[in-house]
Design a protein around this ligand. Sequence first.
Ligand code: SR1
Ligand code: MG
Length: 421
Amino acid sequence: MTAQGYVALTPDSLPDRLGGLAVLRDRVGPPEGWQVREVGDGNLNLVFVVSGDAGQVVVKQALPYVRLVGESWPLPLRRSFFEYNALIRQQARDPGSMPAVLHFDESQAIVVMEYLTPHVILRQALIQGRRVAGLGERLGRFCARTLFRGSDLSMPAAERKADLALFAGNVELCDITENLVFSDPYFAAPMNRHTPGLDGIVARLRADLSLKVAAQHLKMAFTSRAETMLHGDLHTGSIMVTGTEARVIDPEFATYGPMGFDVGMLIANFLMAHLSQPGHEVAPGDRADHQDWLLSVVETIWRTFVAEFGDLWRTERRGILYQATLYEDQGHALAAEQALDDLLGRIWQDTLGFCGIEMHRRILGLAHNADFELIADPARRAECEARALAMGRQLMLGAGTIRGIGAVTAMARRMDKEDHL
Ligand code: SR1
Ligand code: MG
């Protein structure tokens, strides 16, 4: 128990502790009949599925430490407060794109949510070679709506400043990102690990001074450019899917940051899914169609993001930035379009940089991706990971010269055929 009276739930204690909540009794049925399974497979939290006569819910509870590492790495419970606050804002900004929030208990760091079924984690589906109809459109819209509507392009200034202050309190989770994403991959940090066959390319990357500079420019953008409320950890493990639907989960890393961060991290995870596919082949080339589909999703995410962001720009630009009073109201609608193009160009460059750095940290740092980790043969895994490392470098260093999402998917196709070991 902590000073505040927090106690971690267990499957046995959960019915007694939460059985009095009307929202759970209504959704699940009388607690005497509840069955509880702990299903958390993420890096940080407890996740329970509670089933009863009337239905099911998910109970997510923060642990006072990093689950992946153990009690030696304490982590404040208040990340649950930031997750809850991010979820309710995302729900308002892109309704239906996340599980419905049913209850929040701040002192116990518990969020009770809709149980998504028959959804599975997107990353697992992609590893198995499964497709999701409309995925790129759904995710591109989610990014555009949440990023636009959480910014000074849309929000009343006082509300946005209050949110900026609120999410600035998510210090410890930002600290994880600041170290694990932006710094640790570029030196032999204590918690790093990588596939042994990568030693050569890892040494070359860590000796690449331009890359180190690029990484710190990106870190500075993350820490100082508070453009919008980010999801903060938008990878394929933070998305649940069926064959036709996708929902975004787990925004506990939410903070104000640059718009390209979420989009870049998301695209990186699809590119890693693509580059890891040869490691999941049963027969040579049997993942080729799936690889094509993954790259089509990458293109659709970006194109939908641009289209939706543009629509919002033209119809909902009611914040303090680029006001219509300066443009459309003066008969200068064309200048507003030019400003939109310029802004999207800046977001594009940021996206490429963040995309590249996410590809590095998932192979060189502490938190790896199952896409590569499940490739049993280390030599095969190293070949795939080396391509991702090389591509990450090209994205980070070439962000200013890469024109269009087609150039990124063409690069991924090329990399997939090359040997970077
Ligand atoms: C110690 S936490 C490691 C990673 O898990 C989370 O999902 C974030 O991606 C974080 O960087
Ligand atoms: Mg998570």
